[in-house]
Design a protein around this ligand. Structure first.
Ligand code: PAF
Length: 510
């Protein structure tokens, strides 16, 4: 594809019509560094869309005239960097192109107060309104499929995600972790203004944040006053230093598994920001839903794609049901059941096909637990108080350090009520019966008439939803996905997008 430089807004429309491909958009204000390069190269690696980089120093987001005038301008180098790292087109509009005088169609936006007033909003009045206005204008001109933004400006990222939602813009935001220089300081166009001594101070600030993160990993505690004291001893002027919820930007609470420590310091004329995410355990995804909703297939694929552990809680209930039949255990005798449960071990092991086998007391029962006989009693067994208590504890032990995707019926409500992402996956009875009928893993289901399968599913739904303990219900904060008419891959991609939206990419970096 011929690489192009576009300077006029009118040319954008023509270019878009000619390329006949979707667009990845990387907005910048120029003076490109490795942080921008990472955005461009990630976009190039992600898909075969056309990559467009914009370079526009947006006057609306500067609250200080001097800052605007001294903003580094390195256009020739920026063009070279963009093209050599994967850009197919560069958009370099003028002020008049973006904000034509007397154009009443330009929408001047206000960033939401809750997200724009804390942190950088404390001292940079109107800054985020300016960012929203220019990004909205650029998105309307370019109409990209994906918008690539750095997590370094985490507050900006949250505000722009909010903008996309409130303005119902048809674009997906992809975030890229903060890129740090050799000495640990986050890459920023403003770093060029730093003197040797100022750079030393910002390095101290960043290293204190990274150290606090390390300490948190061991002690699960953060002491902001300690950091403030150390920075003050170096005469570093702190604009803010806060420990917050990463999405609401409200004060962090002990409930938050992932939290954000964000700060801004002033070194001479330059103001620099940095942050770290603190995480008590790795993230958990809870996927609940009725029988035949596609949970297992979807959950397995998500585990593989996100490199998470796959926890099939249904298989644990089935394995227990299998043992009860095999050893003729009278599950109605409570006392006896408690003693039996104490000696049961259920483990998952990967097999040679990279699939997971389930073992109960060392018997591999992966296939046998899928029989209709087990299907017909598992709901009963799983409604027994002792059984649920025992298995929920086992499941929580497996999930103690997180990093898993669990499927079942009470994951989001009971087992992992603090899961970062909760999905309620469902489908119509008709669709679920059809899927059961064509289930290659179950010859038995294939032989049952469709209308009988529908009746069986209805019965199972009723039992699961009406049992006394942990009935199948959607958690208040779960996102419902009705899978009728969607391919498995489309459902998996949707859940991965939701996950990426909740979990900062930076938390994946050790
Ligand atoms: O992050 C930036 O460089 C700017 O705020 C952006 C998103 C290009 C808007 O001017």
């Amino acid at each position: 594809m011929k690489k192009v430089i576009i300077k006029k807004t009118e040319e954008i429309e023509n270019w878009r019509r000619n390329i006949k491909k979707e667009i990845n958009f990387i907005p910048t204000m120029g003076n490109l560094h490795n942080g921008h390069i990472k955005l461009i190269s990630t976009a190039k690696k992600d898909n075969s869309n056309v990559n467009l980089v914009s370079i526009f120093i947006n006057p609306l987001q500067f609250d200080n005239k001097l800052d605007l005038e001294s903003y580094p301008k390195t256009i020739d180098n920026d063009i070279k960097i963009s093209f050599s790292n994967g850009a197919d087109a560069i958009f370099i509009p003028s002020n008049e192109d973006i904000y034509p005088p007397n154009n009443k169609n330009i929408k001047f936006l206000k960033a939401p107060i809750e997200l724009s007033s804390p942190l950088c909003g404390l001292n940079r009045i109107g800054h985020f309104d300016g960012v929203c206005t220019v990004v909205y204008r650029l998105l309307n001109l370019i109409k990209p499929k994906n918008l690539y933004l750095g997590e370094k400006d985490w507050q900006q990222l949250l505000i722009l995600k909010n903008l996309v939602q409130t303005e119902k813009l048809n674009v997906d935001i992809k975030s890229v972790p903060t890129q740090r220089d050799f000495d640990g300081i986050p890459l920023s166009s403003r770093n060029v203004h730093l003197s040797k001594n100022e750079r030393k101070l910002i390095r101290f600030f960043s290293s204190e944040l990274l150290e606090a993160k390390k300490i948190f990993q061991e002690e699960k505690k953060i002491n902001l006053n300690e950091i403030i004291k150390k920075l003050s001893a170096k005469k570093i002027s702190i604009e803010y230093l806060e420990h917050l919820h990463p999405h609401t930007l409200k004060k962090a609470t002990t409930e938050d598994n992932i939290s954000l420590v964000a700060g801004a310091i002033r070194c001479g004329e330059t103001r620099l920001i940095d942050h770290v995410f603190l995480m008590k355990r790795r993230p958990i995804i809870a996927i609940d839903g009725p029988a035949g909703s596609g949970k297992s297939t979807v959950t397995k694929l998500i585990a593989k794609k996100l490199k998470l552990l796959y926890l099939d809680t249904g298989a644990m209930y089935r394995a227990l049901s299998w043992l009860m039949i095999k050893e003729s255990i009278d599950y109605k005798k409570e006392k006896k059941l408690q003693n039996i449960l104490q000696d049961i071990s259920i483990v998952f092991k990967s097999n040679t096909n990279s699939q997971q086998d389930v073992y109960i007391n060392n018997y591999c029962v992966t296939e046998e637990i899928r029989s209709q006989k087990i299907s017909s009693i598992v709901s009963k067994i799983s409604s027994i108080k002792e059984v649920r208590k025992f298995l929920v504890e086992e499941q929580r032990k497996i999930g103690e350090s997180g990093g898993l995707v669990a499927e079942g019926r009470d994951i989001g409500t009971t087992v992992f009520p603090h899961a970062e992402l909760k999905i309620f996956l469902t489908a119509s009875i008709n669709e679920r019966a059809k899927r059961r009928k064509s289930d290659k893993n179950s010859k038995e289901s294939q032989e049952i008439e469709l209308h009988t399968l529908k009746e069986l599913i209805k019965k199972r739904d009723f039992e699961d939803s009406n049992r006394e303990i942990s009935p199948l219900i959607k958690a208040n904060d779960a996102i419902e996905i009705i899978t009728d008419g969607y391919s498995i891959n489309a459902v998996v991609d949707k859940i991965i997008d939701l996950y990426n939206d909740k979990i900062p990419k930076e938390t994946e970096i050790k």
